[in-house]
Design a protein around this ligand. Sequence first.
Ligand code: B16
Ligand code: MG
Length: 218
Amino acid sequence: MKAFIFDLDGVIVDTARLHYQAWRELAKELGFDFTPEDNERLKGVSRMRSLEILLEIGGIQVDEQEKHRLAEKKNNRYRQLIMKLTPDDMLPGAKEFLEQSRAMGLKLALASASKNTPLILERIGLEDFFDSVVDGNRVSKAKPDPAIFLTAADDLQVLPQQAVVFEDAVAGVQAAHSAGMKAVGIGKPDVLKQADLVVGGLNEIMPQQVIEFFKQKH
Ligand code: B16
Ligand code: MG
């Protein structure tokens, strides 16, 4: 293993709750409730696809123009919320895990579907940390398509089988496997069934243990 590739939302920073807040406000305006369970379906999924799922839940049909207006509205609200993020909003253990990985000489990439990645990285003070950043502005094919992770491996000049992906979304784990990479799930084992290894958060494991785990499997 030569490289670690990290998802952003739900792995490094707790933005899922802010996405939820912004989507929920939109749903309320449209006249329906949007539950935390519904929100699970939006994790790792692109903004437009998320809106389509939301409208499906509310049983609402709108034309393309209105869809774009609603997506923009949600994003404006979401950006207001992420403006308030600080380095303290990094998930427990994330900073330490990243620093230890760096000290081990691993190549490090960030691969997120979010078009707001640059702003989030700046807010949490990681804008210059990664060797490669691949986000929704650079790769339009959303997870579970492997494009985002393959682009990261290409940037880092490693083979897919030399990379481990850290993901909190089912679609992200599928994307990692389609790319020929190993996947560490961050979250619940019953949700992230397909991951090679699942931990509750980056505070529950050390980079060295991840490397050892995949060494033993071969
Ligand atoms: P934006 P990740 C994903 O980020 C989120 O999990 C997903 O909920 C969101 O819809 C998507 O980014 C797009 O985000 O609206 O900011 O472009 O988990 O791939 O880091
Ligand atoms: Mg995520």
